[in-house]
Design a protein around this ligand. Structure first.
Ligand code: FCB
Length: 479
């Protein structure tokens, strides 16, 4: 059941809790040809006809590259004490190999200094999907060398920013990079090759492990290294053994394929069985699992909606729910016998059902899966069709209610023993939503795409009050 809109007792968080917002480089920066930056796979993909809604791309995005000072000031005005952003690899190391470009690193140094100056704790994500195009041309994530290139890039950024950034995230949602990028093709680089997607998954795991070691060697020991997974909360439509088996298979392909090697040093045997007709996994070399299974300082969880599955021959078969766009190619290699269903209840503009119980379930699962590991919610939020009223204000009560429900679920998990240290709302401001272009607005801050003017929505004011007081305001307060 969704959380009640306004609970009887105030929902108060521990004093050190981080109240942040998240963004990623390609979605906000623009300035794609400045400072020696070269194209990433997202530049190429978004400029390929038919790949994004309306052919939209991130050439200008919300021009954060030039407006970062104002954006940081806006966060400070709202009352946020943390900000998660990503580094554009091809801004820092344009060919994906060799020496860094100082202009690129300087941009991020200035951004971090601005944040620290305003008392906002930076969390850096090294990879939020924008592989330098040159590395894709050399084979991309299905190619083993890409993992070594990533470790080299991690070392460069760790050396440049490790003195001032404590919180590090290697990869954002490797599931999307591997399976939306190389299997269903709805994300860059848009390949539709199931065998390549599983190879990509392994090399992303290897990249994470090698980068974790490289960061540790390059930075002060106090810094924290984590990664952000979009682990799925997978629910079977019934307790029928065929539906339970379908849920287990999707759990392997969504979750076990990453947390197996990263947290436990092994891929699930059932994953090998499910994918045996597609790949023999012979690219998992001796020593890889040890390299991947590095101790972490924290784990980031991104959550939006649960997945509801059944065996494919179940009568309930309905529309696919694959997240960021649909394609005739499945992002689930080896799972043609599984059907996805619309989860019941209210939905956001993405068509994703609103279910805070899934967030609670996810947190409790990783509390068991990785005992003792601090957790952060590194993304959670909702898209709505926000529009300014005649006075120019943007009222988004649905988003306030979404945030309230999910933050209350986080608090409930903390009461149930989970060590959740912070929450990053996706997203600080409206931005380029990948294959959907600019049509889906996830921001707490509204962006007018003609003038690029920023206007905090009522949810931003609500969230800012939560951040300043450590207590969730009633849902109606900012209206
Ligand atoms: C996540 C992505 C983020 C954004 C949200 C809506 O999967 O990490 O960039 O697209 O979904």
């Amino acid at each position: 059941m969704p959380e009640p809109a306004t609970p009887a007792t105030p929902v108060t968080f521990p004093p050190a809790f981080l109240w942040g917002a998240a963004t990623s480089a390609y979605q906000i920066e623009g300035a794609v040809r400045e400072g020696g930056r070269t194209p990433s796979i997202w530049d190429t993909f978004s400029h390929t006809p038919g790949k994004t809604a309306g052919g939209e791309h991130g050439d200008i995005a919300v021009d954060h590259y030039h407006r970062y000072r104002d954006d940081v000031a806006m966060m400070a005005d709202l009352g946020l004490n943390a900000y998660r952003f990503s580094i554009s690899w091809s801004r820092v190391q344009p060919t994906g190999r060799g020496p860094a470009v100082q202009v690129g690193l300087d941009f991020y140094r200035r951004l971090v200094d601005e944040l620290l100056d305003k008392g906002i704790k930076p969390a850096v994500t090294l990879y939020h999907w924008d592989l330098p195009q040159e590395l894709e041309d050399a084979g991309g994530w299905p190619e083993r060398d890409t993992a070594y290139r990533f470790a080299e890039y991690a070392q460069i950024v760790g050396e440049a920013l490790g003195d001032r950034v404590e919180q590090w995230i290697t990869l954002n949602e490797p599931w999307c990079s591997a399976f939306l990028g190389y299997a269903s093709g709805v994300h860059a680089p848009g390949r539709t090759d199931p065998a390549a997607s599983l190879k990509a998954a392994h090399h992303l795991n290897l990249a994470h492990g090698l980068a974790t070691s490289a960061l540790r060697a390059a930075m002060p020991a106090r810094n924290s290294v984590a990664l952000s997974l979009n682990s799925s909360v997978v629910r079977p439509v019934s307790q029928d053994p065929a539906d339970l088996a379908a849920a287990r298979k999707i759990d392997d392909l969504a979750n076990g394929v990453f947390h197996g090697p990263i947290l436990h040093g092994a891929y699930p045997e059932s994953l090998f069985a499910a994918t045996e007709l597609i790949t023999d996994w012979s690219y998992v070399e001796d020593g890889d699992l040890r390299a991947i299974n590095q101790p972490l300082d924290a784990l980031g969880l991104n959550y939006y909606t649960p997945a509801l599955v059944s065996a494919a021959d179940n009568d309930l078969s309905g529309p696919r729910a694959d997240g960021h766009g649909s394609s005739e190619f499945s992002p689930w290699p080896g799972a043609d016998d599984v059907a996805f269903h619309q989860t019941p209840g209210e939905r956001t503009e993405m068509g994703w059902s609103i279910d805070p119980t899934g967030l609670h379930e996810l947190i409790m699962r990783y509390t068991r899966e990785a005992p003792g590991l601090p957790l952060y919610i590194t993304e959670n939020g909702a898209a709505y069709d926000d529009k300014p009223d005649p006075d120019g204000r943007v009222h988004d009560p649905e988003r306030i209610s979404y945030l309230h429900g999910h933050l209350a679920a986080v608090r409930r998990a903390v009461s149930d023993g989970a060590d959740v240290r912070g929450y990053y709302l996706w997203s600080l401001m409206d931005n380029f939503e990948w294959a959907y272009g600019y049509e889906k607005r996830f921001g707490a801050v509204y962006v007018d795409y003609t003038t690029l003017e920023r206007t905090p929505k009522s949810s931003a004011l609500w969230y800012g009050q939560a951040a300043r007081t450590g207590t969730l305001p009633p849902v109606a307060v900012a209206e």
